[in-house]
Design a protein around this ligand. Structure first.
Ligand code: SAH
Length: 296
């Protein structure tokens, strides 16, 4: 984990339960005698997220509609901190803070996780975009129900699914950084398989309990787009050229390392001044994002 990530080590369940008493009934000692929750139970995971977001970022309200992606906060926070390091490189080594730092979050989702964490950690302001109006309404509700988020967070619908930046970034606008956690599966079937695999890995598969298809950790539109993350991030790279003067630094998560060569080739074709991969690790889980800038 990044050194500034507050979510290192075990979850502090007693502190989390005192912040969010509704979490209490979901917490019990696991097979090793450590306090834990049933990570296969969406209701328990949602309460854990509420508790984390209340304890660390002061959120009085957070919710997602049923079936939408329930993010693992520690991993999402890692992306934000590593991105802050990129901005620090041009700021005397210190991550810049305050609402004057403008970020855009492509596909902010119903959970609005990057604006919440980016504002909570660094005070940045965010524009979140999404093609899914249910997701965007949920993100808006989170912002209006938390006074500290009302002003710095705003949302824009991407009305054309094939577009990413066109139609949401104005000609004269400037952003310091762009975040994107793309829909990563190539088809609904692949997304369903991914859900089943995740379910199995949690040790709750088998004959007795059936994985809820496409209903565990993400809705259909959130999890897939034609061509998967390779197509999405490549499209973002191609469009980014048009917006070279509007966004200082682009970043996008890449969930599968085998997709990196095709994605990097697409980014290089856009002709940025620099382009690199930032590797991250949360325990045994490796993740990464690609970043590029036209030096504007
Ligand atoms: N940022 C959230 C959600 C990521 S899921 C998180 O990290 O948990 C990917 C999101 O991208 C979904 O909400 C999906 O609706 C959205 N999306 C798909 N195509 C898009 C496009 N062309 N422009 C903006 N968002 C898009």
């Amino acid at each position: 984990m990044h050194r500034r990530n507050r979510h290192t080590g075990r979850y502090d369940f007693p502190a989390l339960i005192s912040a969010q008493p509704e979490l209490g009934p979901h917490v019990a000692p696991n097979a090793y005698g450590d306090l834990s929750i049933d990570f296969a139970n969406p209701a328990a995971v949602k309460e854990l997220n509420r508790a984390l977001l209340r304890l660390w970022y002061g959120l009085g309200y957070w919710n997602i509609p049923e079936g939408y992606l329930c993010p693992a906060i520690p991993g999402r926070a890692d992306y934000v901190h590593h991105a802050a390091d990129l901005l620090a490189e041009e700021n005397g080594g210190e991550p810049p803070t305050g609402a004057g730092v403008r970020a855009v979050d492509i596909g902010t989702g119903a959970n609005c996780v990057y604006p919440i964490v980016g504002h909570g950690e660094y005070g940045w302001s965010f524009v979140g975009t999404d093609v899914d109006t249910v997701a965007l309404d949920s993100a808006r509700l989170i912002a209006v129900c938390n006074p500290q988020l009302c002003e710095p967070l705003s949302f824009r619908p991407q009305k054309t699914r094939e577009h990413i930046l066109r139609g949401v970034i104005g000609d004269d606008e400037r952003f310091d950084i762009l975040f994107c956690n793309p829909p990563f599966h190539a088809s609904a079937e692949e997304a369903a398989d991914g859900s089943r695999r995740k379910w199995r890995n949690l040790g709750v598969g088998g004959a007795r309990r059936k994985a809820p298809v496409l209903n565990f950790g993400g809705s259909a539109t959130e999890l897939w787009c034609p061509g998967g993350e390779t197509a999405f991030v490549s499209r973002l790279a191609t469009e980014s050229r048009e917006f070279a003067g509007n966004v200082r630094r682009f970043t996008a998560l890449v969930s599968k390392s085998e997709n990196l060569p095709a994605i990097l080739a697409a980014v290089r074709r856009a002709g940025p001044k620099d382009c690199r991969v930032v590797e991250m690790a949360q325990g045994a889980k490796r993740s990464r994002f690609v970043t590029w800038s036209f030096g504007s």
